[in-house]
Structures are given as structure tokens and as C-alpha cells.
Design a protein around this ligand. Structure first.
Ligand SMILES: Cc1cc2nc3c(=O)[nH]c(=O)nc-3n(C[C@H](O)[C@H](O)[C@H](O)COP(=O)(O)OP(=O)(O)OC[C@H]3O[C@@H](n4cnc5c(N)ncnc54)[C@H](O)[C@@H]3O)c2cc1C
Length: 559
């Protein structure tokens, strides 16, 4: 394999919300930054599977990095999200005491929050809680009101960070797992991925639950990441109104407990539970885990209807043992290798502050940071058709009919939005990438209707063969090959005969597709695919229509 050699000042490993935030922060300065991600897209790790809360900061122990960076991150959110066009709502949040003896914990949190510097905290009485949240358990006794709490979209933030970083000169390498780091003396000097070696002055380790594996590449073993899984229910928008702000139970030693919260997209989320798991790939949801989630959620909101659930998922907290706190700083003995590891909750909230902290650590370690005069902090929010008024929608359709072509019915996502998402600065090549950028497939039917159409658009726009289009990179192919061949063959034969052609033949290559001949002329490739060679427009339409009627969709197996 030919090896490409790149030169950088800083290589950031991991494109979750932490790594993308750091890359974007560094892109303000005149330094060469390469952001390396092993998956096919940014935000495909823990960043895509969490509660999406912007925590106020009363929870972490005073003096910890978690406490300091939570409060600072919370304060940075409104500005960062405004600059980057990311959804954020300052809803405030409530910790709900359901028995008199729990109120003591509310006062502990109030005090701890005060020490951490959280503004505006107060313990409020039952009547006020019920007025704010009529759906809450009527046994509520009191609650801790945290007016700086909020909700956001974690993947939107990571995608926006990455796009803004790339627009400001950062090089983003996707599908590039770091497989080794070369050392010279006590310094990391190059980062190796398959086919690429990046010579660098500094390395930042933002590899989430794999951060301990990355640290071992520089011969250090200062912490171990033990993943702790959290499972979720996501509910339909129909019940999105049931709560207006995140509702927490009184926390335990190890977790903030099972939360019920609105999402920025209008759904309701419930979770997570907390279970130590053996494997870093163990993202399974379990019947027992989900039962625990629903039981916990119903303690807070008794009327929560399980039948309105649209999906379940799980995320893995990167718990650094024995540290227990975020691990941020140079690895002992390797001064140019900086960890941003063990970033469990409240890592999403802290991400903007972690970016600042890592920038300062790199500067202290000798990275020259001259501000770039042409740094542009703004990334425009992509247009969301569903968020527009009728007049604005009509004006867009007038300009380009693709704005009138609804691909995702549940979330009213147009073809124009999907096409736009596929051509933005940070590459998007997968079904999940499209979902996270546009919400096509994120609604009630979870992509059952729009999935095949999105596959087709990815194929058309990026030239990726349909069988190569994946859900989320790697081997997650959607289609295994042409199917229902006999039906298609009949359809093609009938249609070609109607058109006065010889019957469709199997003259073509033996690849399982249907090939036809129009007289002596080749009629092109796969008739069911929309790549129709010399067939007349009408003939093609008939084949496609028949295919849809008889085969029920786009002819190519399961989605
Ligand atoms: C159940 C749960 C609920 C949570 N709720 C909240 C919340 O409400 N609010 C909050 O503030 N925080 C919350 N968090 C925490 C928050 O989600 C995380 O702190 C944050 O997403 C961590 O981001 P990250 O970038 O460090 O990790 P990740 O998003 O996992 O990113 C790490 C990246 O590194 C990549 N990588 C790994 N190894 C390699 C390699 N060898 N080469 C290249 N790339 C590599 C991975 O593919 C991944 O994309 C929650 C976490 C969990 C699990």
C-alpha cells in the first residue's frame, strides 16, 4: 500500500464532540491541525448516544475538572451554538424530590452547586414544581431549580465543530484508525493510520472509550477506561409536550439517575440506566435494562406511554479508573502527548471548556499560537424545510423543485436538504450521516420509508454504488445485491416487449442483475436502479413503477 506522509503541528485523535471541539478551537490559530477519526463520520461514538443535556454543574464534586469545566462549558454554550448554528435551548432543569427525606439531598446539591459557581439555584416548593411541570409525579415534595440547565443536539454540535474547523483549515481524515504512534525519546513524533503517516509536534488523545488503548501506544498506562452503558427510550413527538425541561430524580453515588427530558427536536427521551459492561462494543439494549429505564422514568412522569416509544438505544460512558474524573493534561513522561480522556458525563456540556483547556495546555507545552486574522467562527445552520413558514417554503420550491420533494415524511425532510448535506465541508457518505445532519430517518418510522430513497440519493450524488452504501460505515451495508429477480425479469420482459424490443435477456455479465437488449443495442445496466442506458424515458418509468408496485420499494432487499 502506498503511504501518504503528512506534516502537522497537532494531530487530534477522535472526532467526537471533544476532538472536534478541540480541532475547531485550534483552527483559530496559525497551526496545522489534522483530526483523525476511525469511523466513517464524526460523532459516531458516544457523542451520538447520550441524553443531550447541558448540565448546570451542581452535580460534580467541587474542585474536580468535571465541576470546573461543566460550569464553564455551560456558560459557553449559548455563544458556541449561536456561532455554529446548532440547536440549543436554555430550558432550566429540575431535580425532583418525591419524599420528604429526599429534600436533604436537594439542599446538598444546592450547596455543592453554589461552591461550583452555578448561578441561580434554588429549592422550590411542590406547588411551583407542579405549575412548571403539570405531568410530574403528584407526590412531588420539592425540587432543585437550575435555571442554567438546557438541552442541545450533540451530533449537530460535533458536525458543526468539524465543518467550521475544516472551513478554517483543519484536515479531517475519516475512516482512519490510528494504529500506532512513533516515539523519539520521550516525544511522540508521528501518528500512523493505514496508508497515512502524520509527522507531528503534538498529539491530543480524544478517543473516548478507546483513549486508554491510544495512551498505551506511547507506552503509558495511567488509566483504564471501563465502559458503563446507559440505555434509553426515545418517544414520538406526539408526547414531546409532556415535559418542558429535564427532570432528574435525586442522584445516587454513581449516577445522576434516570431522566425524562424534552429533546431540541421535539421528542421526549428517558434514560439512562448505568451498567458496567465488559466490552467497548457492547451497545446492546436489554429487556431488563429498558424495564429499569421505564420504571425510573414513570416515577418522575407516571403518565409516560411506552407505546409512543419510537426507538431504543444505548451509549457507553468512558469511566477512567482509578481517576474517576476527566483526565486532561500531558501524559506523565510524554510531554507532547495530551490526554482529553475519561470524558464521561458531563462531557458534552464541558466540551467547549475542554477545548479551551487543551489549547492552554498545548500553549504551555510550547505550541506557538498566533491568531489567524481570517478565522471565521461562523458556520451557517443548514436550512431545515420543516422549520420554515409557508411563504419561505414556497420561495425555496420556486427556486429549486428539490425543495418540494419530501423524502422523509415523518420529519418533512426534502431532497434538497439531503443533497446539501452530502456536499458540506465535513464529508457525509452514510445513511446515519444523512440522518444526523437532516433528520431523514430520525422520525416515527425510523427510516423505513425514506431509507431506500436516501440510499439512491447518496448513490446519485456521490457516485457510490448502491450496494456499497452503508448505514454507518464499515460493513454496515444496506443492500446485499439485486433481489426479487424473477419479478423484475418479468417486468422488464413485458416492458421491453411493449416497447417493441427483443425480450430482456441474460446477455449481460453474470452478476445477478437484469440486463436487456433493445434490438441490437445494449440498453444499459440494471433496469431497476435508475441507470437506464438507451431505454426511452417512458419504458424506464414503466419498469420502475411496476417494480415499486410488485416488489414494494426499490427492488434491492432489506433496508
Ligand atoms: C449514557 C450517557 C449519557 C450522557 N449524557 C450526557 C448529558 O446529558 N450531558 C453531558 O454533558 N454529557 C453526557 N454524557 C457524556 C458525553 O456524551 C460524553 O462525555 C461525550 O460524548 C464524549 O465525547 P468524546 O468526543 O470524548 O467521545 P466520543 O464521542 O466517543 O468520540 C471519540 C472518538 O474517537 C474515535 N476513536 C477511537 N479510537 C480511535 C482510533 N484508534 N483512531 C481514530 N479514532 C478513534 C471514536 O471512533 C470516536 O468517534 C453522557 C454519556 C453517556 C454514555
Amino acid at each position: 500500500m502506498q503511504v501518504r506522509r503528512l506534516a502537522a503541528d497537532v494531530v487530534v485523535i477522535g472526532a467526537g464532540v471533544v476532538g472536534t471541539g478541540i480541532a475547531r478551537e485550534l483552527s483559530r490559530y496559525d497551526v496545522r491541525v489534522v483530526l483523525v477519526e476511525k469511523r466513517a463520520d464524526v460523532a459516531f461514538g458516544t457523542t451520538k448516544a447520550n441524553t443531550a443535556l447541558v448540565h448546570a454543574g451542581y452535580d460534580a464534586d467541587p474542585g474536580t475538572l468535571k465541576a470546573r469545566l461543566n460550569v464553564r462549558g455551560n456558560a459557553l454554550y449559548p455563544k458556541v451554538c449561536a456561532e455554529l448554528g446548532v440547536a440549543y435551548k436554555n430550558t432550566g432543569s429540575l431535580v425532583v424530590a418525591l419524599a420528604e427525606e429526599q429534600t436533604i439531598h436537594l439542599h446538598e446539591l444546592l450547596e455543592r452547586g453554589g461552591t461550583n459557581g452555578v448561578p441561580g439555584l434554588e429549592v422550590i416548593p411542590r406547588e411551583r414544581v407542579l405549575a412548571m411541570e403539570p405531568g410530574v409525579n403528584p407526590n412531588v415534595v420539592a425540587a432543585l431549580w437550575a435555571p442554567t440547565g438546557g438541552i442541545t443536539s450533540p451530533w449537530e454540535l460535533a458536525i458543526a465543530y468539524a465543518e467550521n474547523a475544516v472551513a478554517n483549515g483543519v484536515e479531517l481524515l475519516l475512516s482512519s484508525p490510528v494504529i500506532g504512534i512513533d516515539m523519539r525519546g520521550d516525544r511522540a513524533v508521528s501518528v500512523r493510520c493505514p496508508g497515512v503517516v502524520i509527522d507531528t509536534k503534538f498529539v491530543v488523545n480524544a478517543a473516548g472509550i478507546w483513549a486508554d488503548d491510544i495512551e498505551r501506544m506511547v507506552d503509558r498506562d495511567d488509566f483504564e477506561i471501563t465502559p458503563r452503558r446507559g440505555e434509553y427510550y426515545l418517544f414520538d413527538k406526539r408526547v414531546g409536550h409532556m415535559v418542558s425541561r429535564p427532570l432528574f430524580p435525586v442522584p445516587s453515588q454513581s449516577t445522576k439517575g434516570i431522566v425524562v427530558a424534552p429533546t431540541v427536536d421535539g421528542n421526549l427521551i428517558a434514560g439512562p440506566n448505568a451498567l458496567l459492561v465488559g466490552g467497548k462494543g457492547d451497545l446492546a439494549t436489554t429487556a431488563a435494562g429498558l424495564a429499569e429505564v421505564i420504571e425510573g422514568a414513570r416515577r418522575l412522569v407516571p403518565g409516560l406511554p411506552v407505546r409512543e416509544s419510537i426507538t431504543n438505544f444505548a451509549g457507553l460512558r468512558a469511566v477512567a479508573v482509578p481517576v474517576g474524573d476527566f483526565v486532561i493534561g500531558p501524559s506523565p513522561g510524554v510531554p507532547n502527548f495530551v490526554n482529553a480522556a475519561g470524558i464521561q458525563s458531563p462531557g458534552l456540556t464541558a466540551a467547549p471548556a475542554i477545548a479551551e483547556a487543551v489549547r492552554d495546555i498545548l500553549a504551555d507545552a510550547g505550541l506557538a499560537l498566533a491568531e489567524k486574522p481570517d478565522f471565521n467562527p461562523v458556520r451557517e445552520r443548514p436550512t431545515r424545510f420543516a422549520e420554515l413558514g409557508r411563504d419561505e417554503q414556497s420561495a425555496l420550491i420556486e427556486k429549486d423543485p428539490l425543495w418540494g420533494h419530501i423524502i422523509c415524511r415523518c420529519e418533512t425532510v426534502t431532497e434538497a436538504e439531503i443533497v446539501e448535506a452530502l456536499h458540506r465541508p465535513a464529508p457525509c457518505t452514510t445513511l446515519d450521516g444523512v440522518k444526523f445532519r437532516t433528520r431523514a430517518g430520525a422520525g416515527r418510522c425510523q427510516g423505513g420509508f425514506c431509507g431506500p430513497r436516501v440510499v439512491d440519493i447518496i448513490h446519485r450524488e456521490l457516485g457510490i454504488p448502491v450496494e456499497q452504501v452503508t448505514k454507518k460505515g464499515g460493513g454496515s451495508y444496506i443492500l446485499s445485491g439485486p433481489s426479487k429477480a424473477p419479478l423484475l425479469e418479468q417486468a422488464a420482459c413485458r416492458c421491453l416487449a411493449d416497447a417493441g424490443c427483443n425480450a430482456a435477456s441474460d446477455d449481460g455479465p453474470d452478476d445477478g442483475r437484469i440486463y436487456g437488449r433493445a434490438g441490437a443495442e445494449d440498453v444499459g445496466e440494471d433496469v431497476g436502479r435508475g441507470d437506464h442506458g438507451d431505454l426511452g424515458e417512458q419504458d424506464v418509468c414503466r419498469i420502475e413503477t411496476r417494480e415499486r408496485e410488485e416488489v414494494g420499494g426499490h427492488a434491492h432487499g432489506r433496508v
